[in-house]
Design a protein around this ligand. Structure first.
Ligand SMILES: [Fe+2]
Length: 298
């Protein structure tokens, strides 16, 4: 069977049919998937039946894998292997989490617009999220096309943003929700990192904003001015014309490019419904400043 691509818009998000990701893929199919991935930024593979190993094997097509940040939390027991981010509302005993559980409060950060792991020195390149069980209502994932958002800015503003560097920290996004409950060892394990604000994607030559709720400072600007710029750009980039909302079905695997998209989860009744999603992320080749060959600021 030949791989089929069904674009949702001409440039952003596409469904991919007639491919079984539980099987090893030929080089031709892998290249076709990568070409679509670079063009559309978000790919949806419906009706997949994947074991954990098959999910990991498909992710490795895109490069070396990240390990979950939960391994930095020494008290946290993992429900899944270390290569997986557990995007569920379940405890290690497979029960719904409690209203005041730490995991629940931490996961509320996923409701804010972000790109995965921009708070790490080497951020995530691709993420592959697989739905094993879904909430019947709510719990969608929204994706914003940060390339289109950059292209829509006036030329003088695009010129002013090129070369800007932002500071990202996981504790910045959590602080926005009033969550400050971290041990010093956790903070030490994930110090703030710098990332460029405008990325150029090597495979297509397209430019993209690179924005996340993890960003808290613009290097070289007073704190308040930097926060105002981050807020204004996030508001611009997440207008409806740049956003695709994915309504999940069981068996969907969604693959996205963290270099040029932002995403957030929408609300659902997490104390009532089981939502079991598992994510694998592929590490980028280097820090985004290093990729842009910029000198890191203070
Ligand atoms: Fe995420």
């Amino acid at each position: 069977m030949t791989l089929r691509i069904f674009p949702i818009t001409p440039e952003f998000a596409a469904e991919v049919g007639d491919v079984d990701l539980s099987q090893p893929l030929s080089g031709t199919v892998e290249q076709a998937i990568k070409a679509a991935f670079w063009q559309y930024g978000v790919l949806i593979f419906p009706d997949q039946q994947l074991s954990a190993e098959e999910h990991l094997r498909f992710a490795r097509v895109f490069g070396p894998l990240e390990t979950s940040i939960a391994v930095h939390q020494p008290q946290a027991k993992l429900r899944l292997a270390a290569e997986f981010a557990d995007v569920s509302n379940l405890t290690v005993r497979d029960q719904l989490w409690g209203e005041d559980s730490r995991a629940r409060l931490f996961a509320l950060g996923n409701r804010l617009w972000h790109t995965d792991s921009s708070f790490r020195q080497i951020p995530a390149y691709a993420s592959l999220l697989y739905a094993r069980s879904i909430a019947p209502i709510g719990g969608h994932t929204e994706f914003a096309d940060l390339r289109a958002a950059f292209d829509a800015l006036p030329p003088d503003q695009r010129a002013a943003l090129r070369g800007r560097v932002l500071e990202h920290s996981i504790f910045t996004s959590r602080a926005k929700l009033g969550f400050h409950d971290f041990a010093q060892a956790e903070r030490d394990a994930l110090p703030p990192v710098q990332q460029v604000l405008v990325r150029t994607l090597p495979q297509t030559g397209r430019e993209s904003l690179y924005l996340a709720s993890h960003a808290g400072r613009v290097i070289g600007l007073p704190d308040a001015e930097g926060l105002a710029l981050i807020d204004a750009l996030t508001t611009h980039a997440t207008q409806r014309q740049f956003v695709y909302t994915h309504r999940w079905r069981v068996g969907d695997l969604v693959l996205w490019d963290n270099r040029c998209t932002a995403h957030r989860g929408t609300e659902f009744d997490d104390l009532r419904w089981r939502r079991d999603y598992q994510r694998v992320s592929v590490a980028d080749v280097a820090n985004s400043c290093a990729q842009a060959q910029l000198t890191l600021g203070p």
